[in-house]
Design a binder for this molecule. Structure first.
Ligand SMILES: [Zn+2]
Length: 82
């Protein structure tokens, strides 16, 4: 998806989602609300990448990491973990 980050910067810069706060999960179409703390950018089981909620992430392999998925805070849009 649309994310601006350089591999070379990864040691120093907090990675942040740059496309604006997502309003809903691309997979199940449910809007994110205050109960949702995180959203995920991940490779779905059918191939394409999608932006989704925790439940959909878990239903689509649920792995974090390069080539799998990334986790972001809905509040700060900062990337969580690796
Ligand atoms: Zn979902």
């Amino acid at each position: 998806m649309k994310i601006k980050q350089k591999e070379t910067n990864r040691m120093n810069i907090v990675k942040k989602w740059m496309s604006g706060k997502p309003s809903h999960c691309d997979i199940c179409r449910q809007p994110f609300d205050s109960a949702d703390k995180y959203f995920y950018d991940f490779k779905t089981s059918t191939g394409p990448w999608g932006l989704g909620c925790e439940e959909c992430f878990k239903n689509n392999n649920g792995q974090l990491g390069v080539g799998h998925g990334q986790k972001y805070s809905l509040k700060t849009l900062e990337k969580i973990g690796k």
